[in-house]
Design a protein. Structure first.
Length: 208
C-alpha cells in the first residue's frame, strides 16, 4: 500500500511541504508507505483540449517533453493506492502550476486515479483556504474518488514552515487525514475493488 503526496508549491521545503510531512508521518505510522512528489518551480504545460488522449492509440503530445511532470507522476500513480494534493493559497485559490498539472493528469489519465482515495491540503498565511479546498476537491468528485476527511478544514496557517508547526490544530488535522486515509485504503483492500457502475453520459446545454 502506497500513497503519493503531491507538493504543488514552487517552494520545495516550505509550508505546503511541512503540512504534507505530517500526513506522510501518519500514513507511515499506520502501515502505509508514502512518497512526496514535488512539481518543481518550473512551468507546467496545462491541457489544451486537443483530445489526442482520447484517440487510439492513446497519446498526450506533452508527455514527450523532457522533464514533464505529468508523465513522471502517472508512472508512479498507476501503482499508488491513494493521493494527497498539497497547494499554497494564491488569491483564494490553488497554485496555477498545480491546477495546470491536475487538468492534464485528470483529463488524460483519469483511469489511473479513479476509485482511489484522495485528499487535498492547503497552506495559507491567513485566509482563502476553504475556497482552495473546494476547488481541488472538485477534481476528485468528478473522477469518482472517495474524499478523505478530517475533523476540520484541510488547512494549516503560517508564513513560514516554523510557523506552520505552531498551528497545533492544523497540524493535528494533517495527522488525522493521514490516519483516515490509511484506514480507508485498508478497508478498500479488504473488500471489493472499485468498478465503474456505467459508462459516462455526455451532454451539453445547447438546444436547437
Amino acid at each position: 500500500m502506497r500513497v503519493l503526496l503531491i507538493n504543488g508549491s514552487p517552494r520545495e521545503k516550505g509550508c505546503t511541504y511541512t503540512a504534507l510531512l505530517q500526513v506522510k508521518g501518519a500514513l507511515e505510522k499506520n502501515g502505509v508507505g508514502a512518497e512526496i512528489f514535488w512539481l518543481g518551480s518550473g512551468a507546467i504545460q496545462g491541457c489544451t483540449s486537443c483530445y489526442a488522449c482520447k484517440a487510439k492509440p492513446f497519446v498526450c503530445p506533452y508527455d514527450k517533453v523532457k522533464g514533464d511532470k505529468v508523465a513522471e507522476f502517472i508512472t508512479k500513480a498507476k501503482e499508488a493506492d491513494g493521493f494527497v494534493f498539497g497547494s499554497p493559497v494564491y488569491y483564494a485559490g490553488p497554485n496555477g502550476s498545480l491546477t495546470a498539472f491536475m487538468d492534464r493528469a485528470f483529463f488524460a489519465y483519469s483511469a489511473h486515479l479513479k476509485g482511489k482515495p484522495a485528499a487535498c491540503v492547503v497552506s495559507a498565511r491567513r485566509s482563502g483556504t476553504t475556497a482552495t479546498v473546494d476547488r481541488l476537491n472538485k477534481y476528485f468528485l468528478i473522477n469518482q474518488m472517495p474524499i478523505v476527511s478530517a475533523n476540520y478544514w484541510n488547512a494549516v496557517h503560517g508564513s513560514e514552515a516554523d510557523e506552520v508547526l505552531k498551528d497545533a490544530e492544523g497540524i493535528q488535522t494533517m495527522r488525522i487525514i493521514g490516519a483516515n486515509m490509511a484506514w480507508l485504503i485498508k478497508c478498500i483492500k479488504a473488500g471489493e475493488p472499485f468498478k465503474e457502475a456505467e459508462p459516462k453520459t455526455f451532454t451539453n446545454f445547447i438546444r436547437e
